[in-house]
Write a protein that binds this ligand. Structure first.
Ligand code: PLP
Length: 398
């Protein structure tokens, strides 16, 4: 124990010295466009609260009602005695929204991605994965015996090379796996090109749309809708922990046989507790709101466009794109320190944003990631841009 403790202490000191230690800031209010911290109130531009439903009273009320009607917990996995009819209803809601045969709930999208590969693919298959895919996809793929291939981010030429290698290796089933949205850049996977290659090489396409479901695409059905390839994507995974209320839970939506097999074989589904009743009810309400009207999506897109235009006018460099994740770039050797100082100064000014540097993003490509929400007002966005301008001035003058 003593050797472990001293080893860990040294490693933690290294993390701190490299400026990579993640310090958690306690929030003393609900999630929303404004949050309270012990240091004061701040406009929040770093939540995945794209539709503003995390702090919306309607999912919260549905969850409160569910506590009375359905109780606090289930103390069971799904297949023993952990399935209420509302769990089945939420799965049906998700499948209907995404226009798939069926859907299956997990405790998180991390678990959905962790369980799916091993349950569906074997050593005679091949999985071809974008290099920037989410950690949970990487881990899930590792748990599976299929051959693994990785292609450069969104690079269709390299994807073709890897598909060729997989086919030459004699793979039976080939599946291409990608995030719908790459969350450090706010960029989209090139789904039409991916689907064309999948057709050519008789591969399946799996998209993790955690940063898209509910708000990307005309009706919020995510990146397949945005690109008009809904009937060419075979497997969708996603989270209830971002736009769809932000509580917790994940899902897979796909053909019936895939969902049926996951209920039999996916280990996080078989061996982990069912989703809590109040979360099921709140998430159903969040999904109902997202499905029912375009108002939140329209407002989100307006605020996102306003932010991009004001920042560009103010001379900041943003990675191109239309997703409500905006990467404000601070390139070069000193960029990481500069971005860190700006984010700290902005918090003093009452605006909460997060700076990312190596190893989370490539060296020399430090950035502040700004995430817009339908809960933001025009004044909130203007205040955020004003804080960027002020902080840049203050940090430069030091
Ligand atoms: C957030 C995220 C996850 C994890 O979702 P949880 O439900 O929070 O576990 C998985 N994949 C992607 C692409 C994500 O952005």
């Amino acid at each position: 124990m003593d050797t472990l403790t001293s080893k860990l202490t040294l490693a933690l000191d290294d993390i701190e010295a490299a400026g990579l230690y993640k310090h958690e800031r306690a929030i003393v209010s609900p999630q929303g466009p404004k949050v309270r911290t012990p240091a004061g109130e701040a406009l929040n531009f770093c939540a995945n609260n794209y539709l503003g439903l995390a702090g919306d009273p309607r999912p919260a009320q549905a969850a409160k009602d569910a506590l009375d009607r359905w109780g606090f917990g289930m103390s069971s996995v799904r297949f023993i005695c952990g399935t209420q009819d509302q769990h089945l209803a939420l799965e049906k809601d998700i499948a209907e929204f995404l226009k798939t045969d069926d859907a299956i709930l997990f405790s998180s999208c991390f678990d959905a991605n962790g369980g799916i590969f091993e349950a569906l693919f074997t050593a005679s298959d091949a999985i071809i994965s974008d290099e920037l895919n989410h950690a949970s996809l990487i881990d899930g793929i590792r748990l599976c015996k299929a051959a693994r291939f990785r292609y450069r981010n969104a690079d269709l030429e390299d994807l073709r090379t890897q598909l060729t290698a997989a086919r030459d290796g004699g793979a039976e089933q080939v599946v291409i796996v990608t995030d719908g949205v790459f969350s450090m850049d706010g960029s989209y996977a090139p789904l039409p090109g991916i689907c064309d290659l999948a057709e050519e090489f008789r591969a399946l396409v799996m998209v993790d749309d955690s940063h898209a479901t509910g708000f990307v695409g005309e009706h919020g059905r995510g990146t397949p809708e945005l690109f008009g390839v809904e009937d060419r994507v075979d497997i969708l995974t996603g989270t209830l922990g971002k736009a769809l209320g932000g509580a917790s839970g994940g899902y897979v939506a796909a053909h019936q046989a895939i969902i049926d097999m996951l209920r039999q074989r996916a280990r996080p589904y078989l061996f982990s507790n069912t989703l809590a009743p109040a979360i099921v009810a709140g998430s159903r309400e969040a999904l109902r709101i997202a499905a029912q009207s375009d108002d939140l999506r329209t407002h989100l897109n307006n605020m996102s466009a306003l932010f991009r235009s004001l920042m560009t006018t103010a001379g900041f460099e943003l990675l191109p794109g239309t997703h409500p994740i905006h990467a404000v770039m601070f390139p070069g050797e000193d960029g990481a320190r500069f971005a860190g100082h700006i984010a700290n100064r902005m918090l003093d000014l009452g605006v909460y944003v997060t700076a990312f540097s190596f190893p989370v993003v490539p060296r020399g490509q430090a950035r502040i990631r700004v995430q817009l929400s339908a809960a933001h007002s025009r004044e909130d966005v203007e205040a955020c841009v004003a804080a960027f301008i002020q902080a840049r001035q203050d940090v430069t003058a030091r």
